[in-house]
Design a protein around this ligand. Sequence first.
Ligand code: TRP
Ligand code: SF4
Length: 521
Amino acid sequence: MTDDGSPDRDETPAVRSDGGTKGADDVALDPWGASTVDDYRKLFDEFGIESFDDVLPRVPHPHYLMRRGVIFGHRDYRPVADAMANDEPFATLSGFMPTGDPHIGHKLVFDELIWHQERGADAYGLIADLEAHAARGLSWEEIDEHTESYLLSLIALGFDPEAGTLYRQSTNREVQDLAFELGTKANFSELGAIYDFDGETEVSYMQSVITQMADILYPQLSEPKPTVIPVGPDQDPHMRLARDLAGRMRYFKVTEAYASFELDDDERELVARAYDALSADVADPETDVRCNAAAEWLRSEDLAEPGVDSAIEILRSGGKEPLRPRVRFLNRNATDEAFEALIEAIEGEKRVYDEHIDSFELDRHNAERLAREIEVEHGGYGFLPPSSIYHRFMSGLTGGKMSSSIPASHISLLDDPEDGYDKVKSATTGGRETAEEQRRLGGKADECPVYELYAYLLANDDDEFATDVYDECVGGERLCGGCKEQAAELMREFLETHQEKREEAKELLESLDIELESDRR
Ligand code: TRP
Ligand code: SF4
């Protein structure tokens, strides 16, 4: 353990729990739907979210939410972890719809932003007021009422608004301009397919989606840098679209190729195999492996994989053209000058075509770097695909989902500390019918919303405490009455302190250049 209580790199995290997150819903990633997820594993298989365990060892002194498996998944977090470890620029951003009071679920995201900021990130917190207005139909008056509250809690928990940036979507002209540009790369059918939009969907609703895309890429306006967006998994469709749009804005796309023609991913993999097999037996692999020979090889292998037939056909029409591995720069949106500059900058043997350039000496990684450099020098953004991390949803204190429409199911950061205490005291538990049974069988901490409170919030950075609660519970030494009393007191203390800090944050918030009252109506 290190002095801040976090495990050293490579050490297996001490505290794990499945968070006991049991919801009624199947997996459905819908940004505006019900936000519970029954089976987090499905998110890996069906949506391609990666398990956070895979990157955890690369994260220097991981946050307790990472160590405890509350942050369970990610997309492409590696570049962020590496930037953090190597003291290179990186950013973090998340957004909040001001639809109600901030609650302990939002605190997870606040903490994630703050933690990355403390580790050197350019940090951004935004109020998604356009989205709240367009997608949720909130009036500007209601939006104003909650906007200040989110910002106060974020600052009270440790966000430094002078080092970082807080903004409202509605007043950020740069974000709106970027949204407009991104809108040139997305069309209605695509949004329809991703978000189930149809002919009845309001234009402003669609605009709020493209605004979120701009939010996500906003930290890279001045220069490309790894950016992590901490969110719940319901926001994953937004992340996929944002990553895609980041690519569509690029001047060049770098791919690998084997000859003058284009191949899709399946075909390329097959051609690579043919090339490897044939190049082993020739005097000079740079000239002696021919397309038609590769076609014959593939045919003789009798493969039943996707892309075989089309690969054979393409190779046959390539005839005697030699197969030779290369990296390819495809022109996506480059200006003429940028295209010329890239040609100039590619060292070694190259071949220039109308809309692409093949290089025989650069490797993929250096090619990517060069393409981005030339783009940025010539006025492009050079966006890196933004990364994301996903946290589990907390379950409701009354069992089932945590829902803002059931006050007893969740704890608002504005709740009277005594109410917070009471809500915890009356929470559902994973306890047994009787004390005797509990001593004999142990409690079910993995299904207990009270244990979740400890793991997600009350134990804070103290892994030993969280582990003790867990072990004592499942070992039958801990009974629910006392356990809830302890949790309820900690909750009361937390709310008291947090609300004091909110008071103290008021002055700072007012000194910032953020419009707290909108002129809109
Ligand atoms: N759509 C998010 C929500 O429903 C809010 C949001 C807007 C956001 N812009 C964002 C989240 C950018 C992350 C990043 O809560
Ligand atoms: Fe939950 Fe605590 Fe009861 Fe265990 S002892 S089931 S953690 S309330």
